[in-house]
Design a protein around this ligand. Structure first.
Ligand code: BES
Ligand code: MN
Ligand code: ZN
Length: 500
């Protein structure tokens, strides 16, 4: 989809459809909508009277213009109550509308710069939000379908109509929105891709492509070097797999120093069968998405490289499968993480924390990162606690947590901080090793976070458990069934905020 800012009279624009918004309080068409209504012979007024246009958030009414306007159709979309408007509500409503129009076969669309001026939303931010909504809301993963279906239709062009004096800032917002949404869609593509395609090697290939396209520095650490580094967590998880592990490191340099301002660490288990502690077969296929965290940090640094903030960022992902095999890791085994700490394996299905432990050590000891954020589909317990709506956040540093929560709030990627009280640590105590990799049934998301905290040490660190939020089972707003691309937009926003 090509998105651009234009100025002019929306009622004259030649397009398959135009998009106009209405608030819930409106009793009759106002402003631009009133002008359109007049040209349509009062169609909108009638629909409002009859309760067909109520202005409720994401409610869509489609009106054929029958030659009375430049465009063939008008989509009137509700933005809810004006006083309750947020940027994310605009994103939700616009995402819903563009997906709806795509399904109707609309190829060219024009939209008012929805939300601009209301709720303190600048024209630039409104245009960014709209561009994001368009690309996120019309996303589909259909590369493996040999027969085309309705979802294959594409909106080829979206024009965002801005006041002439705001044209340049609207275009700036669009450019930023496109970069960010395309990054989220890349993370979605990687996560939706089945495990026989998105292997550790393929993840490394995606990183290679990004490095080439946007000038990132790339290091792929192979199994042999991982052995030399003592990455016992990743290697033990990899033992049962026929796929070689890949430790992917992408670096972005935004300022003239070697210092790493922030390390973004992602869990990259390209398939989690559970290993010898094998998972039930029902729903196991979902575990192709156990690399969503890795996909998010790789995609996010691709966007960061295009936005060019004055910050140094490194994205790290140790990619491996978790498979059962004669050589596989076994319950009862004791392994050694990169920093020398020993771990008793209670369950080979608590594999994510083993791979992340090594990478956190690497970020702390080798990179001396000033801040770390890790992103992982880590625990079913987090999904039980927060569902597929909210990401769980855990932190050893409140300033960094607050900064991340603020970024998450701004992007609409719901995130909620969970406690990390010392008392929960009891569950991770082992009689035969320094720590064990699983506790009892209760508070599983917290004990997993506490396990990770041992390897983050004193470095300010936030852990995001996206086991619930990395995919969704239905289309809603700008979200589409399948991988969500969470928390790419939050990570980008966080890094941009560090540059200020
Ligand atoms: N990848 C899973 C967590 C997960 C579950 C992600 C559901 C997405 C949806 C993780 O490796 C896992 O298996 N965790 C175990 C830990 C337990 C054995 C301590 C879990 O949550 O059951
Ligand atoms: Mn597992
Ligand atoms: Zn896992």
């Amino acid at each position: 989809m090509k998105i651009r800012a234009i100025s002019g009279d929306i009622s004259a624009i030649k397009a398959d459809a135009i998009i106009i918004s209405v608030f819930e309080e409106a009793r009759k068409p106002e402003g631009e909508l009133a002008r359109i209504d007049k040209k349509l012979g009062g169609a909108v007024t009638k629909m409002m009277k009859e309760g067909e246009v109520k202005g409720k958030l994401s409610e869509i009414a489609l009106i054929h213009s029958l030659g009375k306007l430049g465009a063939g159709r008008v989509a009137v979309v509700g933005l809810g109550k004006k006083a309750e408007l947020t940027q994310d509500k605009v994103r939700q409503a616009a995402g819903e509308t563009l997906r709806y129009l795509k399904k109707k076969g609309v190829a060219t669309a024009a939209s008012l710069n929805l939300g601009a001026g209301a709720a303190g939303i600048s024209p630039e931010d409104a245009a960014q939000t709209l561009a994001e909504a368009a690309l996120l809301g019309t996303y589909s993963f259909d590369k493996h379908l040999t027969k085309k279906n309705n979802n294959h239709k594409e909106i080829k062009e979206l024009s965002i109509v801005a006041v002439a004096s705001q044209l340049a800032s609207a275009q700036k917002g669009i450019d930023r929105g496109v970069i960010i949404a395309e990054a989220a869609n890349l993370a979605r593509d990687m996560t939706n891709e089945p495990a026989n395609f998105m292997t550790p090697t393929e993840m490394a290939n995606v990183a290679k492509k990004l490095a080439g396209d946007y000038g990132l520095e790339l290091t792929i650490t192979e199994k042999k070097e991982m052995k030399a580094l003592g990455m016992g967590g990743v290697l033990s998880v990899n033992q049962g797999s026929a796929q070689p592990p890949k430790f992917i490191i992408l670096s972005y340099r935004g300022r003239k120093t070697e210092k790493v301002d922030i390390a973004l660490v992602g869990k990259g288990v390209t398939f989690d069968s559970g290993g010898i502690s094998i998972k039930p077969s029902e729903g196991m296929g979902e575990m192709k998405g156990d690399m969503a965290g890795g996909a998010a940090v790789i995609a996010a640094i691709g966007a960061i490289a295009q936005l060019k903030p004055k910050v140094n960022v490194v994205a790290l992902c140790a990619a491996t499968e978790n498979m059962p095999d004669a050589d596989a890791l076994k319950p009862g085994d004791i392994i050694t993480i990169m920093n020398g700490k020993t771990v008793e394996i209670i369950s080979t299905d608590a594999e994510g924390r083993l791979t992340l432990a090594d990478v956190l050590c690497y970020a702390v000891d080798k990179l001396k990162a000033k801040n770390i954020v890790d992103v992982a589909t880590l625990t079913g317990a987090c999904r039980v606690a927060l569902g597929d709506i909210t990401t769980g956040a855990f932190a050893n540093n409140q300033a960094l947590a607050d900064r991340l929560l603020k970024a998450a709030k701004e992007t609409g990627e719901y995130t909620w901080q969970m406690p990390m009280y010392e008392e929960y640590k009891e569950q991770n105590k082992s009689d035969v090793a320094d720590i064990k990799n699983a506790g009892n049934r209760w508070a599983g998301a917290i004990t997993a976070a506490l396990f990770l905290s041992e390897f983050a040490g004193e470095t300010p660190w936030v852990h995001l458990d996206i086991a619930g939020t990395s995919d969704t089972d239905k289309d809603h707003g700008y979200q589409v069934k399948g991988a969500t691309g969470v928390p790419v937009r939050t990570l980008v926003k966080l890094v941009m905020s560090l540059a200020k």
